[in-house]
Structure formats: structure tokens, C-alpha cells
Design a protein around this ligand. Structure first.
Ligand SMILES: *Cc1c(COP(=O)(O)O)cnc(C)c1O
Length: 440
């Protein structure tokens, strides 16, 4: 990494030798004037694969020409359509085929998992989450605690970084589990954290939680399609993720869910049930007694949205072809290059919030920016009151130049170079532009 050079020539030579460079042309890159935007918001909404439209149109055509017959006679019959995504989804997160299913959206899946995996007892009623978790996760666990008649301020245990630090130390997390483990029913953590970019060691957390008899689940909204995972081998109990960020399935895309086969094949868990989780062969016998499918599919409630699955399929095929390990390998380099360039061009005017260790982060980097912004002195990124750019207006300024990244309260600029469609030269051009704006 120390061999990086801050020149366009060097960036272009990295692109020339990049085995994943060919995947960029499989995506629609939004345009600015006549050239491609610099798109670093793939952690918020991933770009559209070229094939998405064709795949959705196929289903529209079959619906128009076949009506209800499409369930079994469409080119890709709708009745088993979700099964065509199973193997690709399993490979993406390191699961067995009977451990994954695409359904609903993330927060819905999280609630369905909490129904099964948060079963508070008198001795063991706590849920451990990050203080800085995504708000929807807080709402979900707080409302589940209330649903079980508990006061969230007693049952929801929040871990925070040490004072003056941005990210949580692994040893602090593990010692909290050690100390409180016997009273914790469920550990629910994210990976990667949406704000700081910190990635946790899922295997170590899973091991530590299980040693104390806790269930361990993960929200992989920023991990799926970003990091290599082995959910089965890591013995994770459950995981949920959305598919519109790194997974490029489009706004509100159908989400994913993992249930370890230990639970999926067992009969001890309570779950909310619906007809799509029922024995497939006997589904249309319309029997009133639920006979669950063996595996994660038993958690399906309704017949799933075909157009959403068609969109997800277009993207998963790209992940399957490229492979998560090659994607991650490029990601470490690409993000490392971004870190190097911003340090080189901006020095002290920016502060990296995301850990420097590639093992503790995914693609995106989060920065606090301070110093002289556009010729004026300001405080942190949100110090616009003093006359500099507020964080939001910095992002607007970038947008006016065809550069997309985002701002998150209170003062964080997030930049996500995505290995499937961002080039090293994108990263170089971004760093130059940001430096020009921030330094004035
Ligand atoms: C994006 C994101 C969500 C979004 O939830 P939806 O139910 O898909 O709207 C939830 N949790 C985390 C950690 C996220 O980053």
C-alpha cells in the first residue's frame, strides 16, 4: 500500500491491471453533462445493472401474454422463482442453500427474526446493540422489548465507543459480553456500521455470545456484497440485509435473510407463519395446519414480488461471476487508495473516523472535515454557522460537479468506492476535486 502514488497516471495503471475493471460496463453509470458521474453513494443506493430492465420486462411480457398461467409457464415460472436466487445468495454470505431466503424488506425481516430469537425470560431478557446502530434497529428492538412487556431502558443494553473515540474496541465488546452474558437473550450488531464504517469480527462475537448462551444475529445492510462472509461456519444464528445498497437491486429492493440450519431444520423456535412458509408440495391442498419448509424458507409469509426478484437476479449474477473474494480483494486496494490520496491531498483538514485496519472496515470511509473550507475558516464539517461549508452544502457543492457521496448527521462525509463499478481513476479524480473545494 505504501507503493501508492498520487498521480492520474498511476491510478490509470491500476485500472489497466484490475481484473474486475470489465464489470463497470455492466452497470448504468449516471451521467453528468457528457461524462460519467463520480458515484460514491453505492452504500446508499447501488447502481442499476444493464440487465435489470430486460429481466423485469421479461416478467411483464409473460404476465401480459399468460396471465395466471405465468405461475408455472412463464419463461422463468413465478411459483419457484425465488429458488433461482438461492444458490447465488448462499454463496454471497457463506451459507448453505437451506439457510437463506429473499423476502420482504430489512426491518420486516429483522422483526420476524426477533420474534423467533428474542424470547426474554426473567433471568435472560436483555438485547445488546450498538448505541450508534442504524435508527431502524433501535426502533425494532425497543418495540420488541415493549411488545414483551419490558421497559427498553432496562432491557436494551447499548455499547458505545470510549469517550473521545469513534469506534468500539473489540476488547470492550467482548468484556461486556463476558460480564453481562448471562442476562443477555440476544446480541444484535451491525456490520459495517452505517456511520463510522467500522466492521465487527462476526466470528468472535458469535463465539463469545454462544459461550454465554446468547443468540447472536447481525444486520448486514452494509456488509452484504461488501465483505466476504461465512455465516454458516461462523455459527451465526441469524442475519438480515437489504439489497439496494451494495447489492444493486434498486430502491426498496427485496431483502435477504439467513437462519442457521441448526434452527431452520429444528422445531423449537416460535415464528410468525404464513402460507409461503408451508410445505411447497402440499401448499395448494390449503390445509389449515402449518407444515413448515425445512430451512429459512419457512419464515416466508407471502408469495414474493417477482419484479423485485428479477431486479435482484440481474445483480446477483454479477456477484456470482465476479466472486466475493475477488471483489473484496479489489475493495481493500481501492479504499486503501482513497485513504492514501485524501491524506496526501488534504492532510490535517480531514479526520478519518473509519478504522485504518482493512480488517475492521468495508468499502466506505467516513470523514470529519475541518479547517479552511472554500477560503473560509470553519470548525468541523457541520460548522457552517461560522461561514464555511456546512456538511450538507459540501455535498451539494460536490453534486454540482457531478460527484455523489453523502452526508450523515452530525458531521460525517461518507465516501464509498464500490469495486464492481468504481475505478481507481474515479477515486483519484474525486480526491483532487475534494481537495480543491476544501482548500479553496
Ligand atoms: C439501510 C439500513 C436499513 C434500512 O432498512 P429498510 O428496512 O431496508 O428500510 C436498516 N438497517 C441498517 C443498518 C441499514 O444500514
Amino acid at each position: 500500500m505504501s507503493d501508492f502514488k498520487p498521480t492520474e497516471k498511476f491510478a490509470k495503471s491500476l485500472d489497466l491491471h484490475d481484473p474486475l475493471a470489465k464489470y463497470r460496463k455492466l452497470f448504468h453509470i449516471p451521467k453528468f453533462k457528457s461524462h460519467d458521474c463520480l458515484y460514491f453513494a453505492g452504500n446508499s443506493l447501488g447502481l442499476q445493472p444493464n440487465k435489470t430492465q430486460t429481466y423485469i420486462e421479461q416478467e411483464l411480457k409473460d404476465w401480459a401474454s399468460l396471465g395466471v398461467e405465468g405461475h408455472f409457464h412463464a419463461k422463468n415460472p413465478w411459483y419457484p422463482y425465488h429458488e433461482s436466487l438461492t444458490l447465488m445468495t448462499a454463496n454471497l454470505v457463506g451459507a448453505k442453500s437451506n439457510e437463506v431466503v429473499n423476502m420482504n424488506s430489512l426491518t420486516v425481516n429483522l422483526h420476524l427474526m426477533l420474534v423467533s430469537f428474542y424470547r426474554p425470560t426473567r433471568e435472560r431478557s436483555k438485547i445488546l446493540i450498538e448505541k450508534g446502530a442504524f435508527p431502524s434497529d433501535h426502533y425494532a428492538v425497543n418495540s420488541q422489548a415493549k411488545f414483551h412487556g419490558h421497559d427498553p431502558s432496562h432491557t436494551v443494553l447499548e455499547i458505545s465507543p470510549r469517550s473521545g473515540e469513534h469506534t468500539i474496541r473489540k476488547e470492550d465488546l467482548l468484556s461486556l459480553i463476558e460480564k453481562e452474558g448471562r442476562s443477555i437473550a440476544l446480541i444484535l450488531l451491525g456490520n459495517v456500521n452505517y456511520l463510522t464504517g467500522q466492521a465487527f469480527d462476526l466470528r468472535a462475537i458469535s463465539e463469545a455470545g454462544h459461550a454465554h448462551g446468547c443468540f447472536v444475529g447481525f444486520d448486514l445492510a452494509h456488509g452484504a456484497g461488501n465483505l466476504e462472509m461465512h455465516l454458516h461456519d461462523w455459527d451465526v444464528d441469524f442475519a438480515v440485509w437489504c439489497s439496494y445498497k451494495y447489492l444493486n437491486a434498486g430502491p426498496g429492493g427485496i431483502a435477504g435473510c439467513f437462519v442457521h440450519e441448526r434452527h431452520g431444520l429444528g422445531k423449537t423456535l416460535t415464528r410468525f407463519e404464513g402460507w409461503w412458509g408451508h410445505n411447497k408440495i402440499k401448499r395448494f391442498e390449503m390445509a389449515p395446519v402449518f407444515d413448515p419448509i425445512a430451512g429459512a424458507e419457512a419464515w416466508q409469509l407471502s408469495n414474493p414480488p417477482i419484479f423485485q426478484m428479477a431486479a435482484l437476479r440481474a445483480s446477483l449474477e454479477i456477484f456470482e461471476a465476479a466472486g466475493m473474494s475477488a471483489i473484496r480483494e479489489k475493495s481493500v486496494q481501492l479504499t486503501g487508495y482513497l485513504e492514501f490520496l485524501l491524506e496526501h491531498f488534504l492532510g490535517d483538514s480531514i479526520a478519518l473516523v473509519t478504522p485504518r485496519d482493512p480488517e475492521q472496515r468495508g468499502a466506505h470511509l467516513s470523514y470529519q472535515i475541518s479547517g479552511k473550507i472554500n477560503g473560509q475558516i470553519s470548525g468541523k464539517l457541520d460548522g457552517g454557522i461560522k461561514g464555511g461549508f456546512a456538511g450538507k452544502s459540501l455535498v451539494e457543492e460536490l453534486k454540482s460537479k457531478g460527484i455523489h457521496c453523502d452526508f450523515r448527521e452530525p458531521d460525517i462525509l461518507r465516501v464509498a468506492p464500490v469495486p464492481l463499478y468504481n475505478s481507481y481513476n474515479d477515486v483519484f479524480l474525486f480526491a483532487k476535486e475534494l481537495a480543491a473545494i476544501v482548500k479553496g
